[in-house]
Design a protein around this ligand. Structure first.
Ligand code: P6P
Length: 333
């Protein structure tokens, strides 16, 4: 796997060595193709006003969609057109999305967050597309059934994300390590830039929204306070919080660190609640981070062991360098 190898060459190698089969290869290539369009439109979003996009119509008289809905439509249309999935679930759609007739013979079910952090587009902060892929449990030849969707994260066959930042990258795993590719927009081709990513066992960065401190359990409050103290080796940590999960996760994956979105107190008599979504934020990033040597927990359970009750299930998420997550668990157990 030489640095600079194209993503296509990498995927063909993975296909020939049996890491991915033809159906998964087709699905990943569909995602890659759509990501190039999303990247282009995200990077031009700021120009929209200048280009005469006013209100609901652009200069061509076409309806202007919010970019997250646009990304959602692009992904759904591409998957239905290619028939690469037997069912999809998106952060943007309340219900699961049936396959096209062609897709009913597919082995694969896809979850995605089409444009996570999209509220940051207007302030030019990196955002991303997160995806998670499962093999169906039901017989081929029909649309996916609830048992196909409600699988543990350990059942994922592939997962990853596109990050639209200073450059556009794909970071993915198919269970055989984590690999990062950077897009050359002039060629609409990704090139291997981060081979076999391993996340440091300990970082010096913590990422969380400290505005929520009063909703956290006392163990979390004590843990975050301990990161700021200077009475132990390696402390204080630096706080880095972009407010775009893909951007925060990606930085911590490469440099080391811990991202925390703990469960929040909802008031007397109400259960504590997480914000992030298990199936298209927690599980895919948990597969990536574990494949890179890190850990992902909800504070009590390994994220990928959680049996989902519904496709939009929320979860507390503590994810990143293994020693940092371990240290956090010591404060809350
Ligand atoms: P808060 C973006 O809306 C998002 O889903 C994640 O990308 C991000 O990490 C989180 O919410 C930010 O949430 O409550 O800190 O604004």
């Amino acid at each position: 796997m030489g640095k600079g190898q194209t993503l296509h060459a990498h995927l063909l190698d993975a296909s020939s060595n049996g890491t991915i089969d033809d159906g998964l290869l087709t699905l990943i290539l569909d995602l890659v193709r759509v990501s190039c369009t999303i990247s282009d439109e995200v990077n031009r979003a700021g120009l929209a006003d200048i280009l005469g996009v006013t209100g609901e119509r652009n200069v061509h008289g076409e309806e202007v969609k919010k970019l997250d809905m646009r990304a959602n439509d692009l992904l759904i249309d591409a998957m239905r057109e290619s028939g690469s999935v037997c069912g999809m679930a998106s952060e943007e759609n309340e219900d699961a999305i049936d396959a096209s007739a062609k897709g009913e013979s597919s082995e694969y079910v896809l979850f995605f967050d089409p444009l996570d952090g999209s509220s940051n587009i207007d302030v030019n902060v990196s955002i991303g597309t997160i995806f998670s892929i499962y093999r169906r449990k039901s017989e081929r030849g029909t649309s996916a059934t609830p048992e196909d969707y409600l699988q543990r994260g350990t059942e994922q066959v592939a997962a990853g994300y596109f990050v639209y930042g200073s450059s556009t990258m794909l970071v993915y795993t198919a269970g055989n390590g984590v690999h990062g590719f950077t897009l050359d927009p002039s060629k609409r081709e990704y090139f291997l830039s981060h081979a076999s990513i391993r996340t440091p066992s300990r970082g010096r960065v913590f990422s969380c929204n400290e505005g929520n401190t009063n909703t956290w359990c006392s163990g979390t409050q004590k843990y975050v306070a301990s990161l700021k103290a200077s009475d132990t080796a390696g402390k204080p940590y630096s706080g880095r919080y972009v407010g775009s999960f893909v951007a925060d996760f990606h930085r911590n994956l490469l440099k080391g660190g811990i991202f925390l979105y703990p469960s929040q107190d909802q008031g007397p008599g109400k259960p504590r609640k997480g914000k992030l979504r298990l199936m298209y934020e927690g599980n895919p990033m948990a597969m990536v981070v574990e494949q890179a040597g890190g850990r992902a927990s909800d504070g009590a359970r390994r994220i990928m062991d959680i049996v989902p009750g519904e496709i939009h299930e929320r979860v507390a998420l503590i994810i990143g360098s293994s020693d940092d997550v371990e240290e956090y668990l010591g404060f809350v157990k």
